[in-house]
Design a protein around this ligand. Sequence first.
Ligand SMILES: COC(=O)c1c(O)cc(O)c(Cl)c1CCC(=O)Nc1cc(O)c(OC)cc1O
Length: 245
Amino acid sequence: LSVLAQDGKEKHAYQSDVARLRKIVINSLYSHRDVFLRELISNANDALEKLRLTSLTEPDVLTGAEQMNITIQAIKDEDGAGRIIISDTGIGMTADELTTNLGTLAKSGTSDFLSKAESDTSGTGNLIGAFGLGFYSSFLVADRVQVASLAAKSSKNPNPKQYVFTSGADENSFEIFADPRGNTLGRGTEITLYVKGDAVNYLDEQTIKDLVNKHSSFSTSFPIYLLTHRVEMVPQEVPEEDGPV
Ligand SMILES: COC(=O)c1c(O)cc(O)c(Cl)c1CCC(=O)Nc1cc(O)c(OC)cc1O
């Protein structure tokens, strides 16, 4: 059941399984929450592989963004909080795909995973990736997650629009709406993790660099860029030189 709020935002209730599943993923992975980055980079890599494969039959999909890559940014706010943004120029998702892929248990067999995982959470680590559930690992480090996505152009989707999926860790609902920024991605998906208090260490560039090199650099076939934020140097006012003394 999705309610269209007056501000044009569609509010969806999670299926009960999704809420249960997210809790299991978070509890079973909590002790190795580093995996969130590996899972999201792996999803980005899959989306880029899907793009590359599709482009063999539908070259149109390559318009919108020349490069196939993954970029990571860590942005710290003054108050010590911040967000991690993982973007890719992969196949991207339509509003319906955002709803299906992220809001429901679309993958078959996930309910089997549920029943198994509820009893013993030992082997669930790698199963999570297998069921495309890596997205939920975002909530290991974030109390709010926003996913902006612009699907690749194709014959059945000639004018794609950028949409946003957003959900809070403790909410049993998510929202989908047209991105007020417009089509800023060119093509692909941008995951914004609003990092929670006890995970602010993941905002540190060196930490991210180490995690990428530890888990992901060998298992992705596309370049991964870590964008660093140069603090803008404000030009100092040079005092007027007095005349010759
Ligand atoms: C197409 O995948 C994406 O756009 C994408 C991405 O580029 C980066 C990401 O971090 C994530 Cl989470 C995604 C979405 C991945 C995803 O959930 N895929 C997915 C899930 C399903 O349940 C499914 O069932 C039909 C199909 C999917 O592609």
